[in-house]
Design a protein around this ligand. Sequence first.
Ligand code: NAD
Length: 275
Amino acid sequence: MSSDPWSYDGKKVVITGCFSGMGEAAARELVRLGAEVHGVDIKESPVEMASFQKVDLRETAQIDVALGEIGGDIDASFYCAGLPGTFPPLEVMQVNFVNMRHWTYEVAQRMPQGGALAVIASTAGHGWAERRDAIEDLMTTPDAASGFAWCEENLDTVADGYLFSKMCTQYFTMRTAAELIQKGIRINCVNPAPTESPMMKDFEATAPPALINAWAQPIGRRAQPIEMALPLIFLNSDAAGFISGHNLHVDGGWAGSIDSGSLNQNELIQKALEG
Ligand SMILES: NC(=O)c1ccc[n+]([C@@H]2O[C@H](COP(=O)([O-])OP(=O)(O)OC[C@H]3O[C@@H](n4cnc5c(N)ncnc54)[C@H](O)[C@@H]3O)[C@@H](O)[C@H]2O)c1
């Protein structure tokens, strides 16, 4: 651990999803903190970084090429890329889970002891326990190709891809911690509530804004991307050195309220639908 546990000065980090939203906000903040930031996205990032690799995260092979180009040891990884449920379900699964898992193992191989990985899941994955058997079945596939084949064979389970991919991400974070910590590497994820990023227009294309806001309670507002970026940066800092396998709810109290029963999601949904 460096003498300043909050410091990113000189740390080499990789970040996907740095074109917009939470990933862009995190990339900007990491540059400001003095990290050597290497960005990956399908669209050229507006953030000035040490390097940028144009990668379609639907394509597993492109990940290997990009990490080869970046080269050397990596101290921290931020997987912030994602697709909403307005995209074809198999593409959503590929970007949000199957290739996120591939990325995680590829990056972990390049990490020294003390390395850390942070992923973005969602409050949408909160119901993972109800789908545990199916999720565990997918987890036992050994690689991206077999993981993708599993998704093709289980389209009913995958459904729109978004909820299931986020359940898988939360579960994967918990499940993989034991394995990675043997190498001194941590993994955690952040579960954002509705956030005003470019992805919001996709959510609003399929659900009325009031219904989306049922997940923006009890705080009563949506988040800004930087409010997700900062907890991600904390999780990958030395300050969080004893935290691993954790799903950090960054939701203004939503998950705690639902779990404790102080909020009833069905009632919130009903109220939203009644206007
Ligand atoms: N916005 C919300 O309300 C919300 C809530 C919960 C979780 N999330 C999750 O947060 C994460 C970040 O999303 P955001 O809200 O910042 O949205 P965003 O659309 O601004 O960011 C998504 C990023 O992923 C990149 N991306 C998409 N497809 C890609 C591909 N095939 N290859 C490479 N890069 C690709 C985009 O270019 C963009 O930079 C996603 O995983 C999303 O599911 C968002």
